[in-house]
Write a protein that binds this ligand. Structure first.
Ligand SMILES: [Zn+2]
Length: 405
C-alpha cells in the first residue's frame, strides 16, 4: 500500500523528528518547493476571484478566544493558555476566524463592499493526542488555506456557487478526486444559534447552490452555528476526511457585533462564510503524495528537470543549460556523479518529470534529449524548444508531460 509517510521520507519531502515533537513535521526543501508552488497557485486563484489576503498572528489574547466562543466550546482541543503575567494570557489559535472578524471590524462597512472576502494561508494549532498523529495527515501545527466571506444572507447562494467553482478548479489542477459532497443540516434540538427563518433560508440557498451536484444530506451534522457543505476524500488506507469546506456562521457575527450599513441606511448583521478550497497544506499533501504516488504534476514537482551530461566533457554545457532553465522559472538540478544509467534510475526514483541528457553530439549542436518520467524519450531538440515544451506544460498546470495538441 502507498503510504505518504514512507514516500515522504524516500523523496525527502518532510521529516518528523521526535525532538521537535510528534505532529510537528518539518518540510524539507523538496516538500517546501512543492508546497510553495501550490500556495502560490491557490493565492493567485483567490486573488483573481476577488479575495483580499491578510496576515494575522497564530496566537492572541485569551479574551479574543473567549469572545469567539473557542475557549467555551473547544478548549479540550486547544493548547493550554500561556501566562506572561497575571492579566496577560495568550492562546495558540485553533482557528483563524477571530482574527478575520477583527479585520471586518477594523472600520465601518457598507453593503457596497459585500461580499467581503478575507483570505489567509495561516497557522493554527490543535492539541491532538500523540496516539492519533501520523506524518502529515494528523498534525498539531496546521497551515490552513482559509477565508471568511462576509455577505448578506441573500448573497449566500451566489457566493457558495462561486466557491464550489473555485474548489472544482483547484481540485482539477492538483489532481484531487473527491469521494463525495455532504450537506450538513440542522437536526432536532435547541443547541443551534440563529432563528428558524434564517436557518431555513440558509439551507434552501445551499441546496440551490448544489443544484446539479451529486451530494448527500446529513441531518443533525451541522455545526451549532450554521449549515455546511463538506467535500470528502479517501486516503490510501480507506480513511475518509474533509478536504474542502463551506460553513455558514450566524454566531460569530453576533459575538463580534459585526455590522454593515445597508442601502436604506439601517445597520445589518452580515453572515460569515468560512471556506477552505483545499484544506490544510498538511492534509492536502498527505493526500497528494499518495494519490500521485509521489509523481506530482510537473507544475508542482519539487524538481521539474534534471540535466545529465553523458560525461565530464558536457558538464559545463549542462550547467549553462540549467542556468537558462532557472532563468525561465523552472526548478532544475544537474547530476554529475556516477554512471548515466544510475543517474537516470535516480531521477526516476525521485519522480522527476523531465530528464535532459546532453551527450557530445547534443552539446556541439545546442541540443538536448528529453526523457519523460513515463519512460518515453523524445528526439534531440534545440534547448529553447525543450524549455518551451516544459514551460507550456507547467503554465497549463497540465497533468500530462507533453503540451496539448
Ligand atoms: Zn473560520
Amino acid at each position: 500500500m502507498i503510504d505518504h509517510r514512507r514516500l515522504g521520507r524516500e523523496l525527502e519531502l518532510f521529516v518528523s523528528d521526535p525532538l521537535a515533537g510528534a505532529g510537528l513535521p518539518i518540510w524539507l526543501p523538496a516538500g517546501a518547493a512543492a508546497r510553495h508552488a501550490v500556495e502560490e497557485y491557490v493565492r493567485d486563484l483567490e486573488r483573481r476571484a476577488g479575495y483580499r489576503h491578510v496576515y494575522s498572528p497564530p496566537l492572541g489574547k485569551r479574551e479574543l478566544f473567549e469572545l469567539s466562543g473557542h475557549l467555551g466550546y473547544f478548549a479540550d482541543d486547544m493548547f493550554p493558555p500561556m501566562r506572561l503575567s497575571a492579566d496577560d494570557e495568550f492562546v495558540l489559535r485553533p482557528a483563524l476566524c477571530p482574527h478575520h472578524a477583527l479585520v471586518f471590524r477594523a472600520r465601518g462597512r457598507s453593503y457596497r463592499e459585500l461580499p467581503l472576502r478575507i483570505a489567509e494561508l495561516g497557522g493554527m494549532y490543535r492539541a491532538e493526542r500523540s496516539g492519533v498523529l501520523g506524518g502529515l495527515s494528523r498534525v498539531r501545527a496546521i497551515s490552513l488555506n482559509d477565508a471568511h466571506n462576509f455577505c448578506a444572507l441573500e448573497q449566500v447562494g451566489d457566493e457558495v456557487r462561486e466557491i464550489l467553482r473555485l474548489i472544482r478548479e483547484a481540485h482539477a489542477a492538483l489532481g484531487v478526486r473527491p469521494a463525495g459532497f455532504r450537506l450538513s443540516l440542522r437536526g432536532p434540538g435547541e443547541k443551534y444559534v440563529g432563528d428558524d427563518a434564517q436557518w431555513a433560508r440558509a439551507e434552501e440557498l445551499l441546496r440551490a447552490a448544489l443544484d446539479g451536484v451529486d451530494y448527500q444530506e446529513a441531518p443533525g451534522e451541522a455545526a451549532f452555528y450554521g449549515p455546511k457543505i463538506d467535500i470528502q476524500i479517501v486516503d490510501a488506507a480507506g480513511r475518509e476526511s474533509t478536504i474542502s469546506t463551506i460553513q455558514l456562521d450566524f454566531d460569530k457575527p453576533e459575538r463580534f457585533d459585526l455590522s454593515y450599513t445597508a442601502a436604506d441606511g439601517s445597520r445589518q448583521r452580515p453572515v460569515m462564510v468560512h471556506r477552505s478550497l483545499v484544506g490544510s497544506m498538511e492534509r492536502l499533501f498527505a493526500y497528494l503524495i499518495e494519490v500521485h504516488a509521489g509523481a506530482f504534476p510537473a507544475w508542482y514537482a519539487p524538481v521539474q528537470l534534471v540535466l545529465l551530461p553523458v560525461d565530464d566533457g558536457q558538464a559545463e554545457v549542462a550547467v549553462d543549460l540549467a542556468r537558462q532553465a532557472e532563468a525561465a522559472g523552472l526548478r532544475v538540478d544537474v547530476d554529475l556523479a556516477g554512471s548515466l544509467g544510475a543517474r537516470i534510475r535516480d531521477a526516476a526514483r525521485r519522480r522527476i518529470p523531465y530528464v535532459g541528457v546532453v551527450g557530445s553530439r547534443e552539446a556541439a549542436a545546442g541540443l538536448v534529449s528529453l526523457r519523460l518520467r513515463n519512460g518515453r524519450g523524445l528526439d534531440p531538440m534545440p534547448v529553447a524548444d525543450a524549455l518551451g515544451l516544459i514551460g507550456a506544460v507547467v503554465a497549463a498546470r497540465s497533468p500530462d508531460l507533453l503540451p496539448a495538441g
